[in-house]
Design a protein around this ligand. Structure first.
Ligand SMILES: NC(=O)c1ccc[n+]([C@@H]2O[C@H](COP(=O)([O-])OP(=O)(O)OC[C@H]3O[C@@H](n4cnc5c(N)ncnc54)[C@H](OP(=O)(O)O)[C@@H]3O)[C@@H](O)[C@H]2O)c1
Length: 314
C-alpha cells in the first residue's frame, strides 16, 4: 500500500464516525487541528484553492491543521495502476507510503524509501516515501500502515487466478479491512479502483470467481462506511500504446455507462491515465462520493480532470 496521508482532524459540524455519507460542505471547509479526536476528515483543499495536486498547495492546505507533512497511503503499488500512482504523486512532490505484500518484490519495482519504516535502507532527497509490508487480508497488518495518512488510493486486486476465493478475500474482505484501517487513521478521502461492469451480475468476467460481483460488494461497503470516497472504474487496462496508437482523451461517465457489448459500450485506458484520475480524486471536491467510469477515446474532447469530475452527477 502506498501511504497517502491526509492529516487526522475533525471540524465542528462534521459527521460523526460511522455516520452516513458526509455532507458536501464537509469537503469544502478547512482542516483544523484536533487533539485526540479521530473523525471524518475533509479533503485538504477548499473549492477556492487550486485543486490540482502539488506539494506546495497540499502542504499549504495542511499547514492549517498541524505540523506534520500530509501524506498519502497506497495499496497495490506493485501492480500496474498502483505503481503509476506512486510515480504521479512523487512527481508532484507528495509524501507517500506504500503498503506491499512482498517487500523483496516491491524493492525491485518501487523507488528506494526516503524514510525507511520497517526497513534499514533508505535514501534522502525527494518527497518522503516509505514502504511497509502488510496483507490486505490480514487486518492486524494494516492500521500502522495508514497511521498519519490523510488519504489513500487502493488499487489492490486478487491476482492469483487459481484461487477461487481470491476475489472474496482480496477484493471484498481485504477492502473491508482497508476501510476499517482508514477510518481508524482518520483518512479524509478513500480512492478505490474497481472496474467497469461492476453493476452487471451477468458480466462474463464474473466467471472468474465472481470478481466483479465482489468488487461491487466492496464498493457498497465503502459507500456506507461514512468515509469520503471516490470509486474509479476503469475500462480495459493498457500499460503502453501499440505502434501508431494514440492514448486519446479520458472519457468519464457515471456508473453503469460502460461494459460488455452489445449491451454496453466497451473501452480501454492507459494505466497511467487511471493513476492521474486517482491522484486528482484525492483532492478534487467534485470527486467526492462519486462512482466514475473511465475509458480513453481519440475522438473525445480534451477536458481537465476537474471538469470531468464536475460532469458526473453525484
Ligand atoms: N486488467 C484490466 O484490464 C482491468 C480492467 C479494469 C479494472 N481492473 C482493475 O483495476 C485495478 C488495478 O489493476 P492492476 O492491473 O494495476 O492490478 P494488478 O497489477 O493485478 O495489481 C494488483 C496489486 O494488488 C496487490 N495485492 C494482491 N493481493 C494482495 C494482498 N493480499 N495484500 C496486499 N496487496 C495485494 C498485488 O501485490 P503483489 O504484486 O505482491 O501480488 C498488486 O500490487 C484492479 O482492481 C483490477 O482488477 C483491471
Amino acid at each position: 500500500m502506498l501511504k497517502l496521508g491526509f492529516r487526522n482532524g475533525a471540524v465542528a459540524g462534521t459527521p460523526a464516525a460511522g455516520s452516513a455519507k458526509a455532507p458536501k460542505q464537509f469537503l469544502t471547509t478547512h482542516l483544523v487541528p484536533v487533539t485526540g479526536v479521530r473523525a471524518h476528515a475533509r479533503a485538504p483543499f477548499t473549492q477556492q484553492q487550486q485543486q490540482h495536486v502539488t506539494r506546495r498547495n497540499w502542504a499549504a492546505a495542511a499547514a492549517s491543521s498541524d505540523e506534520q507533512e500530509p501524506r498519502s497511503g497506497l495499496v497495490g503499488v506493485t501492480g500496474g495502476v498502483g505503481r503509476r500512482c506512486v510515480e504521479a504523486l512523487r512527481a508532484k512532490g507528495v509524501a507517500c507510503r506504500a503498503l506491499v505484500k512482498d517487500a523483496a518484490r516491491a524493492a525491485n519495482l518501487l523507488p528506494k524509501p526516503t524514510t525507511p519504516a520497517n526497513s534499514s535502507s533508505g535514501t534522502s532527497g525527494g518527497p518522503e516515501f516509505d514502504v511497509m509490508t502488510g496483507d490486505v487480508y490480514q487486518y492486524a497488518t494494516l492500521p500502522r500502515a495508514f497511521a498519519g495518512c490523510d488519504a489513500v488510493i487502493v488499487a489492490s486486486a486478487a491476482n492469483d487466478k487459481s484461487d477461487p476465493f481470491g476475489p472474496f478475500k482480496i477484493d471484498y474482505q481485504g477492502t473491508l479491512n482497508l476501510i476499517a484501517a482508514a477510518k481508524r487513521a482518520g483518512v479524509k478521502r478513500f480512492v478505490f479502483v474497481t472496474s467497469i461492469g461492476a453493476d452487471d451480475p451477468f458480466n462474463p468476467l464474473n466467471l472468474f470467481w465472481g470478481i466483479l460481483f465482489w468488487k461491487k460488494r466492496a464498493e457498497e461497503e465503502l459507500q456506507r462506511s461514512g468515509l469520503s470516497y471516490t470509486i474509479v472504474r476503469p475500462g480495459g487496462l493498457k500499460s503502453k500504446l501499440g505502434d501508431g496508437e494514440v492514448a486519446g482523451s479520458i472519457v468519464m461517465e457515471g456508473p453503469d455507462s460502460f461494459g460488455f457489448p452489445p449491451m454496453r459500450r466497451s473501452g480501454a485506458i492507459l494505466r497511467s491515465q487511471v493513476a492521474d484520475v486517482c491522484v486528482e480524486a484525492l483532492v478534487c471536491p467534485a470527486a467526492a462520493d462519486k462512482v466514475v467510469e473511465v475509458i480513453a477515446e481519440e475522438s473525445a474532447p480534451e477536458r481537465s480532470l476537474q471538469q470531468l469530475f464536475e460532469g458526473v452527477a453525484l
